[in-house]
Design a protein around this ligand. Structure first.
Ligand code: PMP
Length: 407
């Protein structure tokens, strides 16, 4: 197990400049990838390369720099499409998963009686839009925050307009049974949205195989820059989806005689008004190339071994409760959320101590899942989320810190 983890981790570590720094005189142990990932040199170089060599707006400039910037930008859309088995024309560039889900919530033109079914454990990005745009129907979860998937069919009614699920939970790391969910939803004529924020850089993804109707994700959790992500949707939805913002760059004709008479470009450009996040998008393309270079199958191998090492290591410490501890590695990614029973310490102060005393960076609090924490009766949790560059030695540093704090 150690060999599987460390051989890949040691190979890719030099790619990440951030990992060379220290915290409080100790080497940085970065275990907060579910929040955002460090960026490899290839991504940093792509962003700097745009600034240094090709700064120009895209889809506008007729000069050489404009052409170059446009080519780099369009390449990125193609890279992302290729990674998830989609067509570039089905990829709308947005700010991230949150904007992508809001895009669908707006695009479906939901009324107050239109129901959206989703697990109560979802991130607020896949909860609050359904409160605002439609009628939320949260699926029951167990005391560890795992959705009771067998209740799905019973929750679908004639008013259900969408089933919306996180591919991987940002709290338990559990992988949703997507194909089964799609089978049930589609049998009732209901489309499925997949929130792939936590899965894009951990699992091989193919929208055709998964059979989903929408996919939302962010670049920054997949080694790319923040400020960009995608909504993937089928052509027929994108063709009739209403515009939620308008302006420059999305117009093919603006007629000054007929007020209101303008002709938008085809999808995806009609949804991308204004100057986009050019450098972030180019960096996103480089991140996808980087992911493919390592290979998602290799990342998954590291993840499976790491999942076991991390969860078992934490669960063995007296005074530590790991959520979804019994979930086998095949059904989760390498992510562990836990509670440390340390008198007079909040979970946030546990995380602060891990950083200040051991150089270990983890998340703490509610991880944008207030309902999950309320139902599990938890006043906060700590989350360790490794990625492909993390070694067993680093997990040992986390375990040593938690053991000391719990003791
Ligand atoms: N869904 C899940 C499962 C997430 O983990 C996150 C980010 N924590 C989001 C949605 C929101 O992503 P973003 O902040 O990049 O829009």
């Amino acid at each position: 197990m150690k060999e599987t983890i460390d051989s890949l981790a040691k190979k890719v570590r030099p790619d990440f400049p951030l990992l060379r720094r220290e915290i409080s005189g100790r080497p940085l142990v970065f275990l907060d990838n579910a929040s955002t990932t460090p960026k490899p040199k290839a991504v940093i170089d792509a962003v700097v390369g745009y600034y240094e060599n090709a700064t120009a707006n895209v889809h506008r400039g007729v000069h050489a720099l404009g052409e170059e910037a446009t080519r780099l930008f369009d390449d990125a859309r193609r890279e992302v499409a290729g990674l998830i088995g989609a067509q570039p024309s089905e990829i709308v560039l947005v700010r991230g998963t949150t904007e992508a889900i809001n895009f669908v919530a707006n695009g479906l033109e939901l009324g107050p009686e239109d129901e959206v079914v989703f697990p109560a454990s979802e991130h607020h990005a896949n909860w609050i839009p359904w409160r605002v745009h439609g009628k939320p129907v949260p699926m029951p979860i167990d005391e560890d925050g795992l959705p009771k998937w067998d209740s799905l069919e019973g929750l679908i009614t004639k008013k259900t307009r969408l089933v919306s699920v996180g591919h991987v939970s940002n709290v338990t790391g559990a992988i949703a049974p997507v194909e089964e969910i799609v089978r049930i939803a589609h049998a009732h004529g209901v489309p499925v949205l997949l929130d792939a924020a936590q899965s894009l850089s951990h699992l091989p993804l193919d929208v055709q195989k998964l059979g989903v109707d929408f996919l939302a994700t962010s670049s920054h959790k997949a080694f790319g820059p923040s400020g960009v992500g995608i909504l993937w949707g089928r052509k027929d939805f994108l063709a009739k989806c209403p515009l939620y913002q308008v302006g420059g760059g999305m117009i093919s004709l603006n007629n000054d005689i007929d007020v209101g008479g303008f002709v938008p470009r085809d999808a995806p450009f009609k949804f991308e008004a204004g100057t986009p996040a050019i450098e972030a998008t180019i960096g996103f393309g480089a991140a996808v190339r980087y992911l493919r270079q390592i290979g998602l199958d290799h990342i998954r191998e590291h993840d499976l071994a790491m999942s076991r090492y991390l969860v078992e290591g934490l669960a063995d410490i007296p005074g530590v409760r790991v959520l979804a501890r019994k979930l086998p590695p095949e059904k989760r990614i390498a992510l562990a959320t836990f509670v440390v029973d340390a008198p007079a310490m909040t979970q946030e102060s546990v995380a602060r101590a891990l950083s200040d005393m051991f150089g270990v960076c983890v998340s703490a609090g509610f991880h944008c899942t207030h309902v999950l924490h309320a139902r599990a009766k938890l006043a906060g949790t700590v989350r360790a989320s490794p990625h492909v560059f993390n070694t067993t030695e680093e997990i040992d540093a986390l375990l040593e810190g938690v053991r000391e704090i719990a003791g």
